[in-house]
Write a protein that binds this ligand. Structure first.
Ligand code: NDP
Length: 233
């Protein structure tokens, strides 16, 4: 996928899917604004992929995000990837965990997408937004109550901007390992998956790149399941 000459915004790149997405975007020729709340991760990422534009901000903080990204300049591609996983069964979900989850997993997506979309509309250029969601947006999984990622698959709000999601099953990242630490749950999830395995980071990154690129030019308000067939059963 050639994404050359386009400027993309990818929060957050410190670990896992975000980090590898930034690297893949850079390798595809895009200029990348990499957003994270952990400065050390941005420093190490800048060394791995010189030329990225790092921005350090807590995306759960509306005002700080406004200050950090409000004047970020023209963006053509956006990946909304930031999320927290605060494991609490339904009967134990606290207000703090719920608010934090909503602020990071949902509110920041709306805020950053607004900023980027306004710029695209003002410039009259085409754009592509990819929201990293989860199979949990479509299937309940024990202990992930407050995390339950919303189905942010809103069809494009203006004709020039495509909006799509990727919905992975468990991906073997820091976050994914917190799920697989529940041995019984991991066994159940894997056995229910026709491909009998969890996703690799690369599986998700490939789908993100496809949806960002013109290879998916007619795909809008849609999504790609990266779940090995889990939801088909
Ligand atoms: P990681 O935990 O590896 O990465 C999550 C990233 O989000 C970290 O870099 C973290 O930064 C960042 N982040 C969290 N809160 C904030 C914040 N307030 N401001 C800025 N950055 C923040 O998870 P994954 O790479 O696995 O997850 C990426 C996406 O994929 C998420 O949207 C997740 O919901 C989704 N997903 C993951 C699955 C999995 O099994 N791994 C399954 C399905 C979906 P920091 O390190 O600084 O906290």
């Amino acid at each position: 996928v050639d994404l050359g000459y386009r400027r993309s915004l990818c929060p957050p790149p410190s670990t896992g899917i975000g980090r590898d997405t930034v690297k893949a975007l850079r390798d595809s020729g895009a200029q990348v604004v990499a957003v994270s709340r952990t400065k050390e991760d941005l420093v190490s990422l800048s060394k791995e992929r010189p030329g990225i534009e790092p921005v350090c901000v807590d995306l759960g903080d509306w005002e700080a995000t406004e200050r950090a990204l409000g004047n970020i300049g023209p963006i053509d591609l956006l990946v909304n990837n930031a999320a927290v996983l605060l494991e609490q069964p339904f009967l134990e979900v606290s207000k703090e965990a719920f608010d934090r989850t909503i602020n990071v997993n949902l509110r920041s997506v709306i805020q950053v997408s607004q900023m980027v979309a306004k710029g695209m509309i003002a410039r009259g250029v085409p754009g592509s937004i990819v929201n990293v969601s989860s199979i949990v947006s479509r299937a309940a999984i024990f202990c992930l109550t407050s995390y339950k990622k919303p189905r942010l698959r809103a069809a494009s709000f203006v004709s020039q901007i495509r909006v799509n999601t990727v919905n992975p099953t468990v991906v073997l990242t820091h976050m994914g390992r917190r799920v697989t630490n529940h041995t019984e749950l991991a066994k159940y999830l894997k056995e229910r998956t026709p491909l009998n395995k969890f996703a690799e980071v690369e599986d998700v990154v490939n789908s993100i790149l496809f949806l960002l690129s013109d290879k998916s030019a007619m795909t809008n308000g849609s999504g790609i399941l990266v779940d090995g067939g889990y939801l088909a059963c």
